[in-house]
Design a protein around this ligand. Structure first.
Ligand SMILES: O=C(O)CCC(=O)C(=O)O
Ligand SMILES: [Fe+2]
Length: 337
């Protein structure tokens, strides 16, 4: 297996089983340590067949290859929090904790994220119904995406169980009970090819440095490259998180960082133009990636996790619901229509 930068650990889940063995406990401890010290890691031995991953990328490519007018028959609704449907290039500008409207508008003009996206989630979410394309435009889109979300949900359960096993003071099924999955989100992302010079000059970006909002994210990436993660040892310096065939990138989000009284780390990351290859010419390669964002059930109130506070280590944050937290972050991300 090609090795990525040694700062981003690899965790092998192949011996996790049903989570009851000594190996499962060891994997949990490795996972917890990586989430605490780095906040980013590669998961291998996850059990998702490569054909299924290839199949979802194939669907994403077919989706983005459709004419703009067709994609716009499944548009992202105008409410920022309704994170479903298609967003064309330039609609979203990822911001890092900027909540002031004027400031967000000002940032939007500069180095806009040069990407398009299609968001979807569980069919059980009444608040955020999916915005599907009519089947005639892309047969199988809906069923392939729903099946893939089921697969990702199973992996999420496994990983949340491992984290609880490894994290001192947290009961075994603690996280699963807060994550039934209906507020999770699967996202197709496409970063089109563009002249390298527009990235070098800062005129365009792929995704500006940000942290994710929710509990955790599983990220599937193609072989293009360009993802970078802030170094745990040198803040302000970014390390490449190159694609590794068969591995899924996993990271902690802000909500879980807050929930853990800042014990687990939600790490800054960004997507830049990929490292040049000999056959690139003037243009950067296009890139496809598919993050699966996991969030706690929206109505549940969370307070500092057991084991993360004491008399000498007070709670840093007031209790909050997942919905309140995510809505606040989402509203700062989307352009006003
Ligand atoms: O495309 C990627 O590799 C990263 C995407 C990402 O960080 C995000 O959507 O939050
Ligand atoms: Fe992200």
């Amino acid at each position: 297996m090609p090795s990525a930068d040694s700062a981003i650990p690899f965790i092998d889940f192949s011996e996790f089983g049903d989570g009851t063995s000594e190996s499962a406990k060891r994997i949990g401890t490795q996972l917890y340590t990586a989430c605490r010290d780095v906040g980013f890691l590669y998961i291998v031995g996850h059990g998702i067949p490569q054909e299924e991953i290839d199949g979802i990328f194939d669907m994403s490519k077919k989706f983005f290859a459709l004419p703009y007018e067709t994609k716009m028959t499944a548009p992202h609704p105008k409410e920022a929090w309704h994170h479903r449907g298609y967003s064309g290039i330039g609609v979203e500008q990822v911001s890092q904790m900027v909540f002031d409207d004027d400031k967000i508008e000002e940032m939007r003009g500069k180095g806009a994220d040069f990407k398009e996206s299609y968001d979807m989630g569980s069919e059980d979410s009444h608040k955020c119904p999916n915005v599907w394309l009519e089947d005639k435009y892309l047969p199988g889109l809906r069923s392939t995406c729903l099946d893939f979300q089921d697969t990702c949900k199973k992996l999420e359960n496994k990983v949340l169980k491992a984290l609880a096993l490894g994290m001192p003071g947290v009961p075994e099924n603690f996280f699963e009970e807060y994550h039934s999955g209906y507020d999770n989100q699967l996202r197709f992302l496409h970063y089109p090819s563009a002249p390298r010079k527009v990235f070098d000059s800062g005129e365009k970006g792929r995704i500006a440095a940000h942290t994710d909002f929710g509990t955790c994210t599983f990220l599937f990436q193609d072989d293009c490259g360009g993802l970078e993660v802030e170094s745990p040892h040198n803040p302000g310096t970014f390390l490449p998180a190159p694609p590794v065939h068969g591995a899924i990138v996993f990271n902690i989000g802000d909500f879980l960082m807050r929930w853990s009284n800042d014990e687990l780390k939600s790490t800054l990351h960004r997507v830049r133009a990929p490292p040049p290859r000999a056959d690139d010419g003037e243009m950067t390669r296009e890139r496809y990636s598919i993050p699966y964002f996991c969030s706690a059930d929206p109505e549940r109130v969370i307070d500092a996790l057991p084991g993360t506070f004491s008399e000498t280590r007070p709670k840093k944050y007031a209790p909050i619901t997942s919905r309140e937290y995510i809505t606040m972050r989402m509203n700062a991300t989307y352009a006003k229509y």
